[in-house]
Design a protein around this ligand. Structure first.
Ligand code: ZN
Length: 86
């Protein structure tokens, strides 16, 4: 399980050298299972896949158990109460 926090393109930071041969690599930033922050070079066609996996920290209030939670949710995903699920 990896917790993707973002995808970005990295390449040469030298703006004076904007030739077409400058390669920009998409990188994925994520936390692994043990909570370590990692980054990995990915292929361009993997970008949409990892973008789908991006998770955000959200604070939600559950009307059912009247408690606030900080949970990680994927983009376009409805946050669910961890208490009500168990
Ligand atoms: Zn709840």
């Amino acid at each position: 399980m990896m917790y993707v926090t973002g995808v970005s393109y990295v390449g040469s930071n030298n703006k004076k050298r904007t030739n077409q041969h400058t390669k920009r690599h998409p990188m994925v930033y994520y936390y692994n299972e043990s909570g370590d922050f990692c980054r990995k070079r990915i292929k361009w066609y993997e970008v949409p896949f990892f973008k789908m996996q991006i998770i955000k920290k959200k604070r939600v209030y559950c009307t059912n158990c009247e408690e606030k939670f900080t949970i990680l949710v994927k983009k376009n995903e409805q946050p669910t109460c961890p208490q009500c699920l168990s």
